[in-house]
Design a binder for this molecule. Sequence first.
Ligand SMILES: CC(C)(COP(=O)(O)OP(=O)(O)OC[C@H]1O[C@@H](n2cnc3c(N)ncnc32)[C@H](O)[C@@H]1OP(=O)(O)O)[C@@H](O)C(=O)NCCC(=O)NCCS
Length: 175
Amino acid sequence: MEELILQRPTAEYAQQIMECKKEYLAADSSMDGCGPLRRTDDPMEYIQKCDLEESPETCPAELVPATQFMLVRKADNKVLGFLQVRHEFNDYLSKFGGHIGYSVRPCERRKGYAKQMLQMALPYCREIGLDQVLITCMDGNLGSEKTILANGGVYESTIHEPNENMDLKRFWITL
Ligand SMILES: CC(C)(COP(=O)(O)OP(=O)(O)OC[C@H]1O[C@@H](n2cnc3c(N)ncnc32)[C@H](O)[C@@H]1OP(=O)(O)O)[C@@H](O)C(=O)NCCC(=O)NCCS
């Protein structure tokens, strides 16, 4: 088995973070679980924003505290994907966003990394005091749905998200 780690974004990964962003854009892929990556092209600003969002003392008022992880393959220190854990809910997250968002960089998809990344994040969710997590995925996103189900997700309901005009499936994982 390959050795994988969950790693917070740091300066060591600045160049790779931007390579990932380019890859997502080139593939016209959503950047789920990448936190503020969509909103900046400066990797150091991204890293700093992620740091600030983690703590309730420094998290911007319009956001809830959240921890940003990247999945890194130890053998070549390559960033494979991104996963964000939201510590609490606001109205949008409680309905549509859920506790966890994630994505795998396009060139590393279909290799089992999403399933492993989610599995590795669940102990952290327990550590921060959550006893169950809500994860949502767009109806028809089979890869994400299988990732959730493989990690013990139980389907609850489907809800319409009006901003993006899409149906989202809601799943709960008991920790
Ligand atoms: C969804 C996503 C995270 C899956 O990542 P991944 O690393 O390719 O997933 P895995 O390799 O761990 O695959 C998990 C399961 O889904 C299946 N799968 C993955 N992508 C699939 C696809 N496009 N179509 C059908 N099945 C797919 C895999 O075969 C595997 O099934 P199995 O359990 O029967 O073996 C990735 O496609 C992605 O980042 N998409 C864009 C962002 C996104 O949709 N994030 C989720 C938001 S809720």
